[in-house]
Design a protein. Structure first.
Ligand SMILES: [Zn+2]
Ligand SMILES: [Zn+2]
Length: 993
């Protein structure tokens, strides 16, 4: 009997046939077009408007190049949580952000224009240069938008925010004015790391993030002759020879032991622990504690330079001196080093500042003047040698700060910069950080650690493209901070007309002058632009119109959620938004942050184009598929670095293919059976144990997904979905195949179709936020094609809700036990080397636990079918027969498998093996599932006997009209093989319809 009689009449296909593999590339491009035409995103926003809000704040991406594949990681989190909330009906802003201003853009524009220094910019014209910077930002924000759309991100792209906007810039003015009102803004002299090429100071946070490289420099041992002791010198060591020009002190540790050592005809002073520096040919004259050296005066190594005239050089005490390297005596140049500067201040040492903005020596340095500090080392050595002060030069490898934008080695330079005083804010910001839920939890400690140790915030940069710091400083020393455009207009005494109509950027805003209340002069803005983290830090306020629409701001502030890469952001964006929000509103601007680690290449190294292991976004999307890539991100533990590449993608593709195959299976048989799932009517009693089990698993999964996504944990959801797909495929579908294509009772068949359909459709809605394309594709085919009332995009559906009454945890637990028992049975078969197709007479199960075995009885059919045994018996373990059984056990069961074969069992095994071979032949010959065939089996003995005994079964399974033992007149496919060592030749031919 075969109920697929409909195959004889012309078929109406309900669903589009499903190809063997998903073509991710084709699907995503087709779906992108579908969304564009259907404007589903805007309809989703409109549908949710006015509902309870989910407030997400996008950390702005720097619009200075195409985005990298590591951005796609973060964007996947941003997109999937917003999509999830949207499917729950939350009203959202969906606003993307672009970071626009700052040195990073300037450096790239300089490269484009072939500029070498700031002089080139000034020659070109600051106005034209700034316009070029704006153009670059707009160009790359468009490219990044396209890339984001390609990976499936839904945002209100026409409403992205730009940190170069007037609203953003003027909001920072307001913030700085507030800082000034609280007495926090000051101009300070400090020694800062300085990039000579970029002509700007590099802030602490920039150095801490990515500013070091392993470099080798010449280190030099130099003699500083003592003034009152002829023939006696301090032996000093430095790795930055050019700074010797500005030496004003030598530091020793008060508690270290120093020695006077005779070497040839001179006496050298150094730490006892560093005597090895002198070689072996010396004699120690005396040991001296460091504290006794304090105050000794010496002749500096470059006393002849004009800048050194009148400077007194002396030994000072310093707790930070160590005897681990060098000589235990540290050369101090307070104008060339941060610690030197602080120590010099404390000890009253003279400060000599040798370098100009471009890293060359300024006037007063004789033969050094005009030369670049990084290049003078050989001449310094030669000069010292000629003066008899050089002791030795050697190579020294250390971590040295470099410019994070252009890679040039930094120098330390005495500068005037503008700062926000952080000490008065430190505790308040720490309190704000404590209000936040940090995922992972260690984020709080990292942030607090930074906040505890941060120095004052250096907000100025001597550059062109950036926030125009609204600080106006008069020659007489008076300064003020302007808080708004209106205030500037009111206070302007000149130049307003040249500024009006322009954005608040250089050079236009520099035209405006205000009056000095102290001396009456017309005062200009300082030339500096702002640190770009001010730009990104104000966005919780600027994007919610804090200044222009306070009610709107109140509706959207503070934000529920942000997610960014952890490394770096503690000192950057997290810090900036926490600090600025604390000043303005004394609270954190966000409630929860999800941090994630760093992306590396599959080989564990950084991704680098030159190493051939970098992957571009477009490449990943086209080759791997956006959905696959997003699944790779979603299933990853965000705390760990992600090793990303096509191999990882391949593994995920395989997992997803299992699901695709289930979908394909459903469509194939539903089309044959002309099933319209919407019309299926199923009574609870129609559901089998397996139906109820998989529906329970499904509803448990829905419950878990909601619970975990509410907690911003998508990894648990992705992994649980993978488990579910595995269960659905290897247990539910495999155990139920026959219900879909055999002469099942109508009600039983309907229950199977109903159950599988429900699983697939619920599952695609469940993972739609993670894999927006393929789920849309399946939805269109499975749901829209037969249900005109369904929303016309999966993303307009509501997120599935668990049906609690379908959840039966007891059933799920028992099925787990059953599957464990079944794998013991399979292991016993393997041990006996008997294939599952060979039926066996019985399996005897003994339970180790004392409890009842009755719970297992309802599962007996499933177990017998799965293991292909006739009878399942129960026994106490001491009742198991001693021989004739293959024994397997685990912590719950002992089982014995009876492997003795009757002829009938053997014949059935043969028949099953033959059916499998013929099915394969049908498949390779390209027959349709419903094609009927003529079948010839040329064999004798056991095989012939088996075929005669099971001919009905064989005909039914292979759709053979008849079985003959003679050759066919002609055939479509032939195969010769052996079953149980007996040869057989099989011919098949497709029958005319
Ligand atoms: Zn630089
Ligand atoms: Zn003045």
């Amino acid at each position: 009997m075969d109920n697929r009689v409909s195959s004889n009449s012309p078929q109406k296909t309900v669903f589009q046939p499903v190809p063997a593999q998903p073509d991710y590339h084709e699907i995503q491009h087709r779906i992108l077009k579908f969304w564009e035409q259907g404007r589903h995103f805007y309809r989703l926003m409109a549908r949710n408007r006015g509902n309870p809000k989910f407030k997400f704040l996008d950390g702005p991406i720097t619009a200075n190049g195409p985005m990298g594949v590591h951005h796609a990681w973060g964007r996947t989190y941003k997109d999937l949580f917003q999509r999830y909330k949207a499917m729950q009906g939350f009203d959202q802003r969906f606003q993307n952000g672009f970071d626009c201003q700052g040195l990073w853009v300037e450096v790239e524009v300089e490269k484009e224009l072939g500029f070498k220094s700031k002089r080139d910019i000034e020659k070109f014209g600051i106005d034209r240069f700034v316009e070029k910077c704006k153009e670059r930002v707009l160009r790359f924000s468009r490219i990044q938008t396209q890339q984001s759309i390609l990976i499936g991100q839904w945002m209100d792209w026409e409403n992205s925010y730009y940190t170069m906007s007037e609203e953003n810039n003027y909001s920072i003015w307001y913030f700085l004015k507030e800082c000034h009102r609280r007495g926090l803004i000051y101009e300070g002299t400090d020694v800062m790391p300085w990039c000579a090429r970029c002509g700007t100071a590099i802030s602490d946070m920039e150095i801490a993030t990515e500013g070091y490289r392993e470099l080798t420099h010449p280190a030099v041992y130099v003699k500083f002759p003592l003034i009152e002791r002829e023939g006696e010198s301090l032996l000093v060591w430095t790795t930055t020879p050019w700074t010797l020009s500005s030496n004003t002190g030598a530091a020793v540790h008060p508690d270290l032991t120093y020695v006077r050592a005779k070497l040839g005809d001179e006496v050298l002073i150094l730490a006892q622990d560093r005597l090895a520096v002198l070689g072996t040919d010396f004699r120690v004259l005396e040991e001296v504690p460091g504290s006794e050296l304090a105050g000794l005066k010496y002749r500096g190594p470059f006393d002849e330079l004009p800048a050194q005239q009148g400077v007194e050089h002396r030994v000072v005490l310093w707790e930070d001196v160590s005897a681990n390297e060098g000589t235990g005596i540290v050369h101090i140049a307070p104008g060339c080093g941060k610690e030197d500067f602080l120590l010099g201040k404390e000890q009253g040492l003279a400060v000599i500042a040798p370098l100009l903005e471009d890293g060359t020596f300024q006037e007063g340095f004789d033969w050094l003047t005009g030369r670049f500090a990084g290049e003078v080392a050989p001449d310094i050595f030669e000069n010292l040698r000629s003066k008899g002060l050089l002791f030795r030069v050697e190579d020294y490898t250390h971590r040295y700060p470099v410019c994070w934008r252009c890679g040039q080695e930094l120098v330390f330079r005495l500068v005037d910069e503008w700062f926000i005083r952080m000490d008065p804010l430190r505790e308040e910001i720490m309190n704000s950080a404590r209000q936040v839920r940090w995922i992972p939890e260690f984020g709080l400690d990292r942030e607090l650690d930074w906040l505890r140790n941060m120095s004052d915030w250096c907000i100025s940069k001597k550059r062109y493209w950036g926030l125009a710091l609204p600080i106006f400083k008069c020659r007489c020393g008076w300064f003020d901070v302007i808080g708004s455009r209106d205030e500037l207009r009111q206070r302007a005494v000149a130049g307003w007309e040249r500024f009006e109509g322009h954005t608040p950027h250089r050079p236009w805003v520099d035209e405006v002058k205000i009056a000095c209340p102290q001396c009456g002069s017309a005062v200009s803005r300082i030339k500096d632009v702002g640190n770009p983290w001010l730009d990104a830090g104000i966005v919780p306020f600027s994007t919610t119109h804090y200044l222009s629409d306070r009610q709107y701001w109140q509706e959207w502030f503070p934000f529920d959620f942000i997610t960014e890469s952890f490394p770096g952001q503690f000192r950057n964006w997290f810090y900036a938004i926490l600090a600025m929000s604390t000043v303005l509103e004394r609270c954190s601007p966000f409630k929860t942050v999800l941090g994630y680690a760093t992306m590396k290449a599959e080989d564990g190294r950084e991704m680098h184009k030159s190493w051939g292991n970098a992957i571009e976004v477009e490449e990943a999307v086209e080759k791997m598929g956006a959905d696959v890539m997003r699944w790779v991100f979603a299933r990853h533990n965000p705390v760990q670095n992600l090793l990303f590449g096509f191999k990882v993608g391949q593994e995920v593709r395989r997992k997803l293919l299992t699901f695709w195959n289930i979908y394909g299976f459903f469509v194939t048989y539903a089309n044959i059976d002309q099933i319209n799932p919407v019309k299926l009517r199923v009574e609870p009693d129609d559901l089998t144990l397996l139906d109820r089990w998989i529906l329970s698993r499904l509803n448990s999964l829905v419950k878990l997904a909601r619970n975990r996504l509410d907690d911003y944990d998508c990894m648990s959801v992705a992994l649980a979905v993978e488990d579910f797909i595995e269960d659905l495929s290897t247990w539910y579908v495999r155990r139920n195949r026959r219900r879909f294509w055999k002469s099942a009772e109508d009600r039983d068949k309907a229950a199977a179709y109903y159950t599988l359909y429900h699983c697939i459709v619920t599952l695609i809605k469940l993972v739609a936020p993670i894999m927006p394309f393929i789920t849309e594709d399946i939805y269109q085919n499975l749901v829209r094609s037969c249900d005109a009332d369904a929303p016309d995009s999966i993303h307009l559906c509501f997120y599935p809700e668990p049906d609690e009454k379908m959840i039966d945890l007891e059933l799920e637990r028992e099925m787990k036990m059953v599957r464990a028992l079944v794998s013991l049975g399979h292991a016993a078969r393997e041990k006996a080397q008997i294939k599952v197709r060979q039926p066996l007479s019985r399996m005897i199960v003994s339970m180790k636990s004392a409890g009842s075995r009755d719970w297992l009885l309802p599962y007996a059919d499933i177990i017998r079918d799965e293991l292909n045994i006739r009878e399942l018996q129960f026994a106490d373990s001491d009742e198991l027969p001693g021989s004739g059984l293959i024994i397997q056990e685990d912590e719950d069961y002992v089982i014995g498998l009876d492997t003795s074969l009757t002829p009938e069992l053997e014949y059935e095994g043969i028949a099953r093996e033959l059916v499998r071979k013929i099915q394969n032949m049908r498949k390779s010959a390209g027959f349709e599932v419903v094609d009927r065939i003529a079948l010839s089996c040329q064999c004798s003995g056991k095989l012939e006997a088996a075929i005669r005994m099971f001919s009905d079964y064989i005909r039914q399974e292979t759709l053979a009209q008849d079985i003959t033992f003679a050759p066919l007149v002609d055939y479509d496919s032939v195969a010769e093989f052996a079953i149980n060592n007996c040869p057989i030749r099989v011919e098949i031919k497709r029958e005319r319809k």
